[in-house]
Design a protein around this ligand. Structure first.
Ligand code: IVH
Length: 661
C-alpha cells in the first residue's frame, strides 16, 4: 500500500480508538494494540515527514513552553448564566418564559464544574482554543488543549467552520492522584477539581498539562456555517456525531416538572459520577424561542443554572492526630464529631499540612465548617471563631516524629514536615522496597510481598537487618522453599559489594536519584565524607543544587541514619565507590581519547574511571581508538575521529557505557 494511504488509515483507526477510549469509555482494542498502531504511525511519519499534518494523533505531544498566553478576542461574546438556588427560583424562570410559548420544553444538562473553553474548527481541523476570560477576551491555550485526548484534533466532517463551547474538567480520580503527588513533593494541594483543572490548563509548559489527565464536555454551538439546527437536543447529537465529547447525562424534558425531577435525581447521583458537578443547566430547547427571548449583556434569558445547595456541615474539631505517611511526611488529621455529609458519616478530615492549619487558625474545640474536596475527601473549610468559648487550644507541628522520635525536618520552600529516619517504622516498608529495587541495591527476589512479611513478623526492623537474615529465617516465610531462601540470601550478600553510588541511591535521600548519586560518589569516594560536608562544598559541584545539598545534609545529620550506616558497614556492606566485582574489567582492551571539557567530570576523573575498569586512555586518535569522548570546545581530535568514522560519545553516552553504569 502507498505510504500516505497507510498513514491515513492508521490515523483513522487511532482517532476511532481515542473516541472509544476517552469519550465512550468503551475501548475496542487492548492498550498494547493501540500502542502498536501509534508506533507504526510515528515511524512512518518520521520516515516521511512531508506527510505530517497538524491533526495527526502524533501531534498531540506537548510542544515547548511559552512565556505568556496571548489574548484572543472571541468572535461572539461568551455569556454567563443566571443562577437559581431553589426550585422556586426555577419555577419563576419557567413562568417568565411563558410569554413566548404556551408549552415549553427544555434540555436539562449537568453543570460541569470546570473551566469554560471555546474551540474553533476550520475545515474540520482544530485551529484554536481559548479560555472564556471576561467573556470578550480570553487566553489562547491551543497548545495545552491539544494535549487533551477527549478533544478531537479533527472532526468527522470537514465543516468549513465550527465554533463550540464546553468545559474542561479534571476527573475526581485524577484530582486525588495529583494532590497525593503534590503532597508527596511537599507542595500545596489544589482545593478542588475546578482549581486543579484551571491550574493545569494555565500551564505555560504544555508538557505539564499533558501530564494531567484532563477531560472535556462540549455543550454549545457558538457558530456553525449554514446552520441547519433548530434545537439543542439536535445540536448535542450533531456535536456528538462530529466526534466531540458530549455529556451522556443530558436529557430532553418535555416540561418543567421533568426538569425538576432531573435536578432531584442528579442532586443524589452526583456523588457517583466520576467528575464534579455543581448543579444543573436548564436550557430552552427550541432555538427559535431562544431568539425571541434574546440575552442581556451578561447572560441569555433562555437558560438558567440551578445550583445544588453547598454540601457543607458544621461540626466540632475534637482533636488532631499526627500521622507519618509511608514516605515520611508528617501530616495532621482532624478528629471530628461525626456528621452526615454528602452521603457518608464523616469523623476525620485531611488537613494536608501545618501551614494550612495555621492559616485557617484552627483550634482544638472549635466549631468548623467541613466539605468534601473532589466530592470525596473530607476537609475543613474554616473555623467559626465567633462560636469560641475560650477553651480552645492551638495546634503546633511536632518537633519529633510520632513514630520514631527522630527530629522532624522541613525543607526550604516546602510545606511538609518530614521524618528523615530511613528506618522509621512508618517508612520502613517503603524504604526497604526502594532499597532493594533494580536501580538501587538490586536485590533479586526481595519484592514488596516478601518485605511485607519480613516487617510484619518483625524479622526486619531496619534496612541493616536485611544483612542479618539467615537462610533459615527466610525459609520460615510463606511461599519460600529452601531453594528460593538460598537464592535470596545469595542476592542479599551480593548486594553488599555494590558501589557507593548504588548505596546512596538506595538510601532514598530526597532529590538524590541515581544520576546525582553517581555524581556525588565521584566527588566523595567514601560515605564517611558526607558526615562532615557543608552546603558550600556540595553546591560547588555543578550538578548539585541547593535542594539536593540541603537534603544530603539533613539525611546525614539524623543520628539514626548514621547509626544505620555504621551498622551496614559492620555487616560488610561496601560504602566506597571504587569497588568493582572481580572480573568486572569491562573496558579491558578498549582505548579512549578524551577531548574538550566535559560538563560533570574532570579529565582526571574520566581517566580514572576508564583505567580502573581495565581500559586505556590515549592522547591521539587513530583507527585503533575504540571511543572518543567529546565535551565542549573539542579540538582537532574530534575532526579526525569524524573522518575515521569512530564512535563519539558525550558525557552521558560515556557514563552509560556498560562497564560504567
Ligand atoms: S451553557 C450561553 N452548559 O457554567 C450559555 N454551561 O455558570 C453558555 N457550565 O460559564 C453556558 N456546564 O462554564 C452551559 N452544560 C453546561 C455547562 C455550563 C458547565 C459552566 C460554563 C459557564 C458557567 C456558568
Amino acid at each position: 500500500m502507498e505510504v500516505n494511504s497507510r498513514i491515513k488509515e492508521l490515523r483513522e483507526e487511532i482517532r476511532k480508538h481515542d473516541y472509544r477510549y476517552y469519550i465512550l469509555d468503551a475501548p475496542l482494542i487492548s492498550d498494547a494494540e493501540y500502542d502498536r498502531q501509534m508506533q507504526e504511525l510515528k515511524k512512518l511519519e518520521e520516515e516521511h515527514p512531508q506527510f505530517i499534518t497538524p491533526d495527526s494523533p502524533t501531534q498531540r505531544v506537548a510542544g515547548t513552553a511559552v512565556e505568556k498566553f496571548s489574548p484572543t478576542r472571541h468572535r461572539f461574546p461568551l455569556l454567563s448564566l443566571d443562577n437559581a438556588f431553589s426550585y422556586q427560583h426555577l419555577m419563576e424562570f419557567h413562568r417568565r418564559l411563558g410569554r413566548v410559548a404556551r408549552k415549553l420544553s427544555y434540555m436539562a444538562e449537568l453543570k460541569i464544574d470546570g473551566v469554560s473553553i471555546a474551540l474553533v474548527y476550520e475545515n474540520g481541523v482544530l485551529l484554536n482554543a481559548a479560555t472564556r476570560g471576561d467573556g470578550l477576551v480570553g487566553e489562547d491555550v491551543t497548545a495545552n488543549i491539544r494535549t487533551i485526548k477527549a478533544i478531537p484534533l479533527r472532526l468527522r466532517d470537514p465543516l468549513p467552520r465550527l465554533e463550540v463551547r464546553g468545559e474542561i474538567f479534571m476527573p475526581k480520580q485524577e484530582f486525588l492522584r495529583l494532590n497525593e503527588e503534590k503532597e508527596e513533593k511537599g507542595e500545596r494541594v489544589f482545593a478542588n477539581p475546578r482549581n486543579a483543572a484551571a491550574g493545569s490548563l494555565r500551564q505555560l509548559d504544555p508538557r505539564v498539562t499533558a501530564s494531567r489527565a484532563l477531560s472535556a464536555f462540549i455543550y454549545d454551538i457558538i457558530y456553525v456555517e449554514a446552520n441547519p439546527l433548530v434545537e439543542q437536543e439536535e445540536a448535542l447529537r450533531f456535536l456528538q456525531e462530529q466526534g466531540l465529547p458530549v455529556n451522556p447525562e443530558a436529557r430532553f424534558c418535555a416540561d418543567i416538572e421533568a426538569v425538576l425531577a432531573y435536578s432531584e435525581e442528579y442532586a443524589e447521583k452526583r456523588h457517583e459520577l466520576p467528575y464534579e458537578i455543581d448543579g444543573v443547566v436548564v436550557k430552552l430547547n427550541t432555538f427559535a424561542e431562544r431568539e425571541e427571548l434574546g440575552s442581556t449583556a451578561r447572560s441569555p434569558r433562555w437558560a438558567m443554572a440551578y445550583k445544588f445547595p453547598a454540601e457543607e456541615k458544621e461540626t466540632r474539631l475534637l482533636g488532631v492526630e499526627i500521622n507519618v505517611g509511608r514516605t515520611g511526611i508528617i501530616a495532621p488529621t482532624a478528629l471530628l464529631e461525626p456528621v452526615l455529609l454528602a452521603g457518608t458519616t464523616v469523623s476525620r478530615a485531611s488537613m494536608h499540612n501545618f501551614d494550612l492549619l495555621r492559616e485557617k487558625d484552627l483550634r482544638i474545640g472549635d466549631m468548623v465548617l467541613i466539605h468534601k474536596a473532589g466530592d470525596i475527601i473530607p476537609e475543613i473549610i474554616s473555623s467559626l471563631p465567633e462560636r469560641r468559648r475560650g477553651e480552645e487550644r492551638t495546634i503546633m507541628p511536632p518537633e519529633n516524629c510520632p513514630a520514631c522520635d527522630s527530629k522532624v525536618v522541613r525543607f526550604a520552600g516546602e510545606v511538609a514536615y518530614r521524618c528523615e529516619n530511613i528506618n522509621c517504622p512508618a517508612r520502613l516498608k517503603e524504604s526497604l522496597i526502594f532499597f532493594a529495587s533494580r536501580g538501587a541495591m538490586d536485590i533479586d527476589g526481595l519484592g514488596p510481598a516478601v518485605i511485607e512479611q519480613l516487617v510484619n513478623r518483625e524479622m526486619v526492623k531496619g534496612i541493616d537487618d536485611l544483612y542479618r537474615l539467615s537462610e533459615q529465617d527466610i525459609s520460615l516465610l510463606e511461599r519460600m522453599g529452601p531453594k528460593s531462601a538460598a537464592n535470596l540470601i545469595k542476592a542479599i550478600t551480593e548486594s553488599k559489594s555494590r558501589p557507593l553510588s548504588r548505596l546512596l541511591t538506595a538510601l532514598g535521600i530526597r532529590h538524590i536519584g541515581a544520576k546525582s548519586a553517581k555524581i556525588l560518589s565521584r566527588h566523595f569516594h567514601d560515605i564517611d565524607d558526607f558526615y562532615k560536608v557543608g552546603v558550600e562544598k556540595l553546591t560547588s559541584i555543578p550538578e548539585i543544587g541547593s535542594k539536593m545539598a540541603e537534603s544530603v545534609i539533613n539525611f546525614f545529620a539524623e543520628p539514626r541514619n548514621r547509626e544505620t550506616i555504621e551498622n551496614l558497614k559492620a555487616l560488610g556492606v561496601n560504602t566506597r565507590e571504587a569497588v568493582y566485582e572481580a572480573g568486572e574489567q569491562l573496558l579491558q582492551g578498549k582505548t579512549f581519547v578524551l577531548t574538550g571539557t566535559l560538563p560533570g567530570l574532570t579529565r582526571q576523573q574520566a581517566s580514572e574511571m576508564i583505567e580502573s575498569r581495565g581500559g586505556k586512555v590515549s592522547s591521539s586518535v587513530s583507527k585503533k581508538t575504540s571511543y572518543v569522548v567529546a565535551g565542549d570546545d573539542p579540538g582537532s581530535k574530534l575532526d579526525k575521529a569524524l573522518q575515521l568514522g569512530l564512535t563519539i560519545l558525550d558525557e552521558e553516552g560515556f557514563l552509560n557505557l556498560p562497564g560504567l553504569s
